[in-house]
Design a protein around this ligand. Structure first.
Ligand code: CUA
Length: 339
């Protein structure tokens, strides 16, 4: 409930997760296929169930009237041919439309963007149970930006497409990246590289979630895609690329943070914290949520998370470090400066 209320700040969750309101070309192709397959299979369902119900009712009346069984027919060649040919034809049609949609939604062999576009390339790494995003390049310029859980992308405009190409990898088990309004599910498989792409002119927040069971907290491996104005996106990207800000007022907090084992797993660029196992915290305050989208990123939630992550997200790979109240306050005050 808490989760629902939280996410509804940006409109109804059900609507934001609906494949019926696509906001990208691949989303539209998938909706078209979905409706066609639903219509065909729905039609088959109605015909089969209709014949079944009809014969049930009809023959019940006959038995009640004391009539004898109708003649039993064995081995009718026309019927055999009909019910072999009809399903074959239907399966063939389904195969063709599915293959065409598959062709439409996959990126080309070299992720070749259309001429005049400003493509964004991001590597997505699925981890138990959060998402790591490594920004590789945007509009021909290279970036080396690592962030977590909230994927910022630029909106497209007429005449200025900004396609987003995702390279999907896994650090542990199979996950699946799924933002229903932007595109189909694509798996992240250990030892394999998968690709997908999307492009949208619609600004705002798009919700998604891991769509392949990956362990205890699979259900709370949420995805947030923020589609920004291009200028705003560039500002965001430039800020993410910077090392952490040095705020003298948080010097004691920084010392407390660096003294703890946080640094073994987390990185804060520009400091001695260089862990690569857990989310990069260099600009953790630029994110709206914590723990892969399950709680808002407020000082209280941050403190609760640091005090005992297992209370917030049971089974997550961050243990409780039994920090004193004083250390908690200091570390929260430091993290709050990482904008
Ligand atoms: Cu990751 Cu389910």
């Amino acid at each position: 409930m808490r989760l629902l209320l939280f996410a509804t700040a940006d409109g109804p969750v059900s609507q934001n997760l609906s494949v019926f309101s696509p906001a990208s070309p691949s989303g539209e192709a998938i909706r078209g296929l979905f409706i066609l397959v639903l219509a065909i299979t729905g039609g088959i369902f109605l015909v089969v169930e209709g014949v079944l119900v009809y014969s049930l009712l009809r023959n019940r009346r006959r038995v009640a009237a004391g009539e004898a069984e109708p003649p039993q027919v064995y081995g009718s060649m026309p019927i055999e041919i009909a019910w072999t040919a009809a399903p074959l034809l239907i399966v063939f049609v389904l195969f063709l439309v599915t293959a065409r949609t598959e062709w439409e939604v996959r990126p080309g062999p070299d992720d070749r963007p259309p001429p005049g576009s400003q493509p964004l390339y991001v590597t997505v790494i699925g981890r138990q149970w959060w998402w790591e995003y490594v920004y590789e390049s945007y509009d021909g310029r290279e970036w080396h930006v690592t962030t977590a859980n909230e994927l910022h992308v630029p909106a497209s405009d007429d005449g200025a497409p900004r396609p987003v190409y995702l390279t999907l990898k896994s650090a542990d088990v199979v996950h699946s990246f799924w933002v229903p309004r932007l595109g189909g599910k694509t798996d992240l498989i250990p030892g394999r590289v998968n690709k997908m792409w999307f492009q949208t002119a619609e600004r705002g927040l798009f919700l998604g979630q891991c769509a392949e069971y990956c362990g205890t907290q699979h259900a709370k491996m949420l995805i947030r895609v923020v589609v920004d104005e291009p200028a705003e996106f560039e500002r965001w990207l430039a800020n993410e690329a910077k090392p952490a800000v040095e705020d003298p007022s948080a010097a004691a907090g920084k010392k407390a943070f660096l003294a703890q084992s946080c640094v073994n797993c987390h990185a804060v660029r520009g400091t001695a914290a260089r862990g690569t196992y857990a989310p990069d915290l260099t600009h953790v305050m630029s994110r709206q949520t914590l723990a892969s989208g399950i709680v808002p990123n407020t000082p209280d939630e941050l403190r609760r998370w640091l005090a005992d992550p297992q209370q917030v997200k049971f089974g997550c790979l961050m243990p409780a470090f039994q920090l004193s109240d004083q250390d908690l306050d200091l570390i929260v005050s430091y993290l709050r400066t990482l904008r």
